[in-house]
Design a protein around this ligand. Structure first.
Ligand SMILES: Cc1cc2nc3c(=O)[nH]c(=O)nc-3n(C[C@H](O)[C@H](O)[C@H](O)COP(=O)(O)OP(=O)(O)OC[C@H]3O[C@@H](n4cnc5c(N)ncnc54)[C@H](O)[C@@H]3O)c2cc1C
Length: 358
């Protein structure tokens, strides 16, 4: 998503722009394994890139969707407190969200019940600018826009070497057993789960730079058709420090699923299986929010892996979006730790990258 959005933005005034993709197609990793939620910008500390680029990205995304018929729904979201001790957290979220420029309203328990009769609540927040978008629809749009402006997508091409030369960079790419090298003036590293490795290829000490990624898996369970009408919009719990909490997601077809949980993986491996053994923990999280949905109503669904800079016990980490002249690497932009709200923010990230390069 982010690489394609950046390509669409830069291709206008960058001849010979090539998007290198290791898989046989674009969008087979994190960008198609997520909640597809258009976030409003509520959760992130004021002044951070996540706050700024999410609020700006939200506005831009709805414009793009309207202009280019990208499937989306702007049906708003409720954050529901389920116990009195969570109410102060709602107030803190309201203050933070408003400071970031996200429209938000306080809801009484009865107002939540009126909107979502099956949701447990002692009070909530209403975020009218939240919605869902088709991630594939959005990626296809960015790819089309990039190609129209002259860019080329080169699949099955993995970056395995990145070396500074007097007038730019020598990139080495692998396609199966074949290797080839070419030179380029500028490089944007939007390699998602491997963005820290690509930065290391350029000679950056990723530990010292604070660029080392943790893999944090998020799994989903879908709800059987018989119970899928119990919720009709996005419903989130009060968040925890690592993730936004297992939430209710309604997609375009009215299908209901819950997720994602947050599981730091011991190894850096893309294992997307969703373990049956997660069912009881999921059922508990779901029942807290929607008591009428039981363990037997849930089925393992997809999962995704967050490329997180924040380790299990670390405080908040912002996106890293850095032009690396200060490390002796001019014209290299690293995008690292682009976890949520990266999908919402993609077009605003692309503008930010363009500013850094100019
Ligand atoms: C469970 C979960 C839920 C989420 N929910 C939301 C949400 O509701 N809303 C939201 O805004 N965000 C959400 N996010 C975050 C969002 O999905 C990501 O921020 C976004 O998809 C990141 O896009 P990307 O292009 O940076 O990464 P990716 O989609 O990972 O793309 C990186 C690409 O680089 C390629 N690549 C990697 N290494 C190399 C290499 N060496 N050579 C060539 N190609 C390479 C990969 O194949 C991949 O295609 C969620 C994430 C997860 C995991």
């Amino acid at each position: 998503m982010v690489g394609l959005a950046v390509a669409a933005r830069l291709a206008r005034d960058t001849p010979d722009l090539v998007v290198l993709e290791r898989n046989e197609r674009h969008g087979l990793e994190t960008s198609s394994r997520n909640s597809e939620v258009i976030h409003a910008g509520i959760y992130y500390p004021a002044g951070t890139l996540k706050a700024r680029l999410c609020v700006e990205g939200n506005r831009r995304l709805y414009e793009l969707c309207a202009q280019h018929d990208i499937p989306h729904r702007r049906f708003g979201k409720i954050i529901s407190a389920v116990a009195d001790h969570e109410l102060p957290h709602l107030q803190a979220l309201l203050d933070r969200g408003r400071a970031n420029g996200a429209p938000l309203e306080r809801l009484s328990a009865s107002a939540v019940t009126q909107l979502e009769p099956n949701v447990r609540t002692v009070g909530g927040l209403w975020s009218p600018s939240s919605g869902v978008v088709s991630a594939h629809g959005l990626m296809d749009y960015y790819l089309h826009a990039a190609r129209e402006a002259g860019a080329v997508l080169q699949p099955r091409t993995e970056v395995v070497g990145l070396e500074r030369t007097p007038d730019g960079y020598r990139l080495t790419v692998a396609s199966g057993a074949d290797r080839e090298s070419f030179t380029t003036e500028r490089v944007v590293n939007a390699a998602g789960l491997d963005s820290d490795r690509v930065a290391a290829l350029a000679g950056i000490d990723v530990e010292a730079a604070g660029y080392r990624l943790h893999y944090c898996k998020g799994s989903y369970f879908s709800v059987t058709a018989a119970k899928s009408r119990l919720v009709s919009r996005l419903v989130y719990p009060v968040p925890n420090p690592v993730s936004l909490g297992v939430h209710a997601l309604v997609d375009f077809a009215g299908r209901l699923r819950f997720g994602p949980d947050a599981e730091y993986l011991p190894e850096r491996r893309q294992d997307y299986r969703v373990a049956e053994s997660k069912r009881p923990a999921f059922a508990e999280a779901v029942r807290r929010l929607v008591p009428a949905i039981g363990e037997e109503d849930l089925q393992p669904d997809i999962s995704g892996i967050r490329p997180k800079l924040q380790g299990p016990r670390d405080p908040f980490r912002d996106f890293v979006i850095a032009e690396e002249s200060s490390r002796g690497l001019p014209g290299l932009v690293n995008l690292i730790g682009i976890d949520s709200p990266g999908l919402t923010s993609a077009s605003a990230i692309a503008d930010h990258v363009a500013e850094l390069l100019h």
